[in-house]
Design a binder for this molecule. Structure first.
Ligand SMILES: [Zn+2]
Length: 425
């Protein structure tokens, strides 16, 4: 592999133009031989099994990239047509994944982690920080995270002005124990000033976070979301108020996260059947998100729900400081758990690329490989073996497939592990 330095490039260009000038009269054939056409594309991701549910694509295809955009998706794009080739033979190629529940306010919210090593390096080009920041701490999220990391970070604004800065293992007191911190007016103003990156409102209703007034906190959050006409994401589990009284506040487009948590206040009745109120909510357009997290995903709940045809709309990780070293690790591991529970590869990619883009108002051209879209591409190996997966309740399952991130392209630029060689075409 040879990288052309700027000096060499200028040198070659100078020699080249001299040759072209002096040969101009010597013969057209010689000139043609000197002036090889420039490659049409900057990059081709070659030979992978492409899965893009947004276009019902599933098969061996090549993806050509020009600049920041997808130029073409087709079989048989030649390596010589591109400046660089990412060899994806034997690999799974998807749109850059979108994780709609992460915490990347590193250094401010105790659960925050750095975005890039945990997102873009793992096939996730776009994330939604789910409420790490509230109105008072949002300017810092924008200035020190959103504006500077390589991962595309969008946010849901916490209805509490302090965001998730108060709660940790050593200070088990959440952001809404004092309801005066829930400030719709300030939330609305912050959202209006940052509409390009804030895509909704977040509220957490667990007892250690919202105490006995979870329903009041929920209504204040809904008031803010309605005022700015954006979705509200509601964190459920261990709430004072029962789920059947929480759900009626939610309307079309709102999102339940931690859908398959295994704590009190869940989606199943005592006989393991999906609550009619949950079905009714889904029926009127409320979306179900996974948000695995440290305490919010139980295999037995998910298995029972899936058996009753209650599937999540989006699969997100809720990856943060207290689960990044297990049991969550990353979004790809969370997706592998759904493969283990019987979803197809196309179904899990749909829930981590296509559906996220439809659930929240991300800019056009994310979560898809259609021509003209942002050139965000994730490459995974679908590894076979015996893998033990652990949920948030320490229940274990053994699966035989694991999705392992191997390379990421964002806006045409290659990130992630170098386990796939990049060669010049
Ligand atoms: Zn979370």
């Amino acid at each position: 592999m040879h990288h052309v330095t700027r000096r060499e490039f200028l040198h070659q260009t100078a020699i080249g133009s001299w040759l072209v000038c002096s040969l101009a009269e010597a013969g057209r054939d010689l000139l043609a031989a000197q002036a090889q056409p420039a490659p049409r594309y900057d990059l081709v991701v070659k030979g992978g099994r492409v899965i893009d549910p947004s276009q019902q694509l599933s098969g061996e295809l090549d993806i050509a990239v020009s600049g920041r955009k997808i130029a073409r998706v087709a079989a048989g794009i030649q390596e010589t047509e591109a400046r660089h080739v990412l060899n994806a033979r034997g690999k799974v190629v998807t749109p850059g994944l979108i994780d709609v529940h992460v915490h990347v306010y590193d250094g401010v919210a105790p659960l925050g982690i750095p975005a890039d090593p945990n997102c873009i390096a793992k096939g996730v080009t776009t994330v939604l920080d789910a409420g790490s920041a509230g109105a008072h701490t949002f300017p810092g999220l924008r200035k020190y995270v959103i504006n500077v990391v390589d991962t595309r970070v969008y946010a849901l604004l916490n209805i509490s002005v302090v965001g998730q800065s108060t709660l940790s293992d050593d200070n088990p007191h959440g952001e809404l124990l004092d309801l005066r911190y829930a400030n719709p007016k300030l939330a609305i103003r912050t959202i209006e000033q940052n509409r390009d990156v804030i895509l909704g409102v977040k509220v957490r209703l667990s007892r250690q976070i919202a105490g006995e007034h979870d329903l009041s906190a929920l209504r204040l959050a809904k008031e803010a979301a309605d005022a700015v006409k954006l979705p509200l994401m509601v964190h459920i589990g261990n709430t004072s108020t029962q789920l059947s009284d929480i759900l009626p506040v939610m309307t079309k487009g709102d999102v339940i996260t931690h859908t398959f948590h295994g704590n009190q206040g869940g989606i199943l009745d005592s006989g393991g059947r999906v609550l009619p109120e949950v079905r009714a909510a889904v029926g009127r357009g409320v979306r179900l998100d996974v948000g695995h997290g440290r305490g919010s995903f139980a295999f037995d709940v998910a298995e029972k729900a899936i058996k009753q045809d209650l599937l999540p709309g989006t699969i997100s990780s809720d990856v943060h400081q207290f689960n990044v070293n297990g049991p969550v690790y990353d979004l790809a591991t969370t997706l592998s758990k759904f493969l283990l529970m019987g979803l197809t590869l196309d179904q899990v990619i749909e829930r981590a690329a296509t559906n996220p883009a439809r659930t929240f108002g991300f800019p056009d051209g994310l979560g898809t490989l259609r021509e003209g879209a942002e050139a965000d591409v994730a490459v995974f190996s679908l590894t076979e073996g015996k893998f033990e997966f652990v949920d948030a309740m320490n229940q274990k399952r053994t699966g035989n497939l694991k999705l392992v991130p191997v390379a990421t392209v964002k806006a045409g630029k290659i990130y992630g592990s170098a386990s796939i060689p990049v060669v010049r075409g």
